[in-house]
Design a protein around this ligand. Sequence first.
Ligand SMILES: [Zn+2]
Ligand SMILES: [Zn+2]
Ligand SMILES: [Zn+2]
Length: 394
Amino acid sequence: MRRKKRAAGVVIVLMALALVLVLTRRWSQAGTEEDTIREGTPVPAASLVPTESEASEQEPGAAGPEEPVQTEEPTHEHVWDGESGICLICGYACPHERHDAENAVCLQCGVLCRHRFGAAGVCDGCGMAAPLYTEDLPERYFAPAEHPGQVLHRTVTDKEGGEHRIAVWLPYDYNANGHYNLVLLIHGDNGSCDDWMDNERQSSRGKIRMCWIYDHLTEERLCPPFIVASMDNAGMEDPDYGERLIEETLLPYLSREFGTWMTGSSPEKIAAAREHIAIGGMSRGSLYSYSVGMDRCFDVAANFCCFSNGYEPSLAERLNDEEYGDLPIRCYVATVGTEDNQNYVTYHRMHYQALCQGVERLTDGENASFLEIKGGHEYLVWYTSIYDALLLMF
Ligand SMILES: [Zn+2]
Ligand SMILES: [Zn+2]
Ligand SMILES: [Zn+2]
């Protein structure tokens, strides 16, 4: 009886200690739940495991009949904190390696995760193929999501005092301390930065707003956490200007204002996050995604999504040159509407093929995809395109 009491006391003390450790860690990494989901790196828990002598103070069987007596790790069944995925007993952080395909629930700790399809379109957490669409998106995407995100409108000033309007979409569960992949999107002719955001467009499937796709993908946990930023594209026909706008004005601003993978606003810190940055656009914005994005900003972005237009024959050579030749390409998605102007269809496909042939580290079906989407030169095609690209990038 007394032994039992003492044992129970030891367990209670250990649990209390573990709880304090968990809370401290949770506080110190406030809002980085997404990091652990994304990176899945087990946090070394050696310092949190009871030492030999502490452990030996527990009498055999003290922890109760359910506790398996093992000499090697694990010495106990982890007791997971349902929110953080950290073991309440030993402080081990679950790496969330595997989750179930249906709900993306971690098979080890039960925490809600996200699918990670990657450029090849197969989730490395559950093996599910990315649910891509080239024809009709399911009906639910043509209405607002249950948890809409937020669209912010800002004016950013460059070094010369020039002002630039930008819009930023943040997910409903945005946490300023988190690390979000950043998608920079460029609009088409006669448009504005709101076209990639909450501007309403009429389509053959009814009214659509681009941000509905971001909302739904977030709600359905179909890709790692991301934010979207869009800028007015006036002046970007000059690649020098476009490069300065993105590298010297926009990215430093976004790195300071929002939770991204950029850990600072210096060129080095921004470049270090390039795998978590994407540049893309529709129509004219697609041309700029090549001429400004790939050609000039390849040092700060490793993901590209270009919809409905593109022809820059020298780009393969550029991506192989001395400056860029050693930088990996994480994902490249090109799309075109099947009913679009046949010149756009032909040239964009040729351009895609030329890049895959000319750049050894670009492989069709692995980190590059060309998708022919049902429709013309229209928002409905870009709606489906951005849905597909968001699943594949990151
Ligand atoms: Zn444990
Ligand atoms: Zn887990
Ligand atoms: Zn998955």
